[in-house]
Design a protein around this ligand. Sequence first.
Ligand code: ZN
Ligand code: ZN
Length: 221
Amino acid sequence: MFDFHTHTFLSDGVLAPTELIRRAMHIGYRVMAITDHVTPGNLEFVLKTLIKDCEMASKRWDILALPGVEITYPPVEDIDMMARDARALGAKVVNVHGETVMEPVQPGTNHAAVNSEHVDILAHPGLISLEDARTAAENGIFLEVSAREGHGLANGHVVRMAKEAGAKMVLDSDAHAPEELLTRAYATKVALGAGLDDDEANRLLDAAPLEFLKKINVDYP
Ligand SMILES: [Zn+2]
Ligand SMILES: [Zn+2]
């Protein structure tokens, strides 16, 4: 399993980074990113901690854990700057908390994220426009199919826009607790529920994560 969007108690998740990594490994994960919610105030602290813990766990255990961030609720004008700062501070995966249908995320967040060269994944982009999906395709930014309750309500729309625009997709858990980590069976159901057929679902779970690793210049272990 691959998963590029998870949370720990460094933001609003429940586990320590090392416990989340250990539990993910235990259920068959090979590669994961920890992407806690960041704003300018906690960016440095979160990354410093995740870089240390991910490095230690990846060195000792049979899993590759990548330090990342989920840029969450900044004013849209500051998204590009925050993504650049996150990258400079060592984030391997830079996610932006997109315009989920569940929350009052500032309109324009999707647009700013897909226009930033420092963003890797636009998480749960909700009712993303075709134009923004096209920009994501041009800039190699992956659109997320979310296994998270609520955020996943727009998965069908996200898949439709991504296909029409030729944008790449990745499926993530957005887990905040260990029971929300992905299993192959559940991830497959989410992919099929988003309107993909069997082949497309398998590609989303097998090939897309490898393409994503290539994009972020990380070798598959
Ligand atoms: Zn989010
Ligand atoms: Zn999240």
